[in-house]
Design a protein around this ligand. Structure first.
Ligand code: DLZ
Length: 212
């Protein structure tokens, strides 16, 4: 018998996601399967990799086709908000310094700087990784091919263009049964299949922490 086992081998690195901010975007098409995949992703992020629940943002879009656009827009917004916050804090620090330099005792009664610094937390920071989740099931027309192709290319492009890892959490299945099995919802209660969302959570943490 072959020793080959299909699937991803776990990373040898010790991965601690406790300081990461992760965005999950999911489609509303094929919701039963998508919901199970989202749950698998969250479970892996939180329970296996210690990502804090409050550092996971979740958004939904109509269908898988919308995932690349949503990822691009939400990543850009989070990066923009974060630069605005840094600019505000820098301004406040500068005016505090001016205050201190101008005051005869060399002290400032202004507590504004403290308050602003406290706002620079993970809650408002840029996303370290994005997991895009959808389920495409082949129908009688060419829709499946067009959407699968656009979504896979689009998500890769968003990741490369923004510098934020975008995880391809899109199942492209020929049948509903295939989709259910890949979300751990197969008909065999003893072996319902592997929930791929768990691998996507792991991939998000590993790619967010990628460094030399
Ligand atoms: C139109 C369509 C079809 C036929 N199939 C799916 C599918 O299996 N999974 C999915 O996530 N979305 C599907 N959609 C919707 C498109 O992704 C998209 O939402 C619409 O074409 C509007 O742009």
């Amino acid at each position: 018998m072959s020793e080959f086992t299909k699937g991803v081998k776990q990373s040898d690195q010790a991965l601690d996601g406790s300081n990461l901010r992760v965005l999950i975007i999911h489609a509303r098409w094929n919701a039963t399967v998508v919901d199970a995949l989202v749950a698998g992703t969250r479970e892996s992020l939180i329970e296996r990799y210690n990502v804090k629940a409050e550092n996971i943002e979740q958004r939904d879009v109509p269908g898988a086709y919308e995932l690349p656009f949503a990822a691009q827009r939400l990543i850009s917004q989070s990066q923009q908000q974060s630069s605005n916050l840094i600019a505000n804090v820098t301004d406040t620090m500068n005016s505090l310094m001016d205050d201190i330099m101008e005051s005869p005792s060399g002290q400032s009664g202004n507590k504004e700087g403290e308050a602003s610094s406290a706002k620079v937390g993970k809650a408002g920071g840029p996303f370290d990784a994005v997991v895009c989740i959808g389920v495409l099931i082949k129908g009688a027309t060419q829709h499946f091919e067009y959407i699968s192709d656009s979504v896979s290319q689009g998500l890769m492009r968003v990741g490369l263009e923004t510098g934020v890892p975008v995880i391809f959490g899109v199942l492209t299945c020929l049948t509903e049964e295939q989709a259910l099995e890949r979300a751990g919802l197969g008909p065999d209660k003893n072996n319902p299949g592997h929930n791929h969302g768990k691998d996507w959570g792991a991939a998000a943490v590993e790619m967010a922490m990628l460094k030399l």
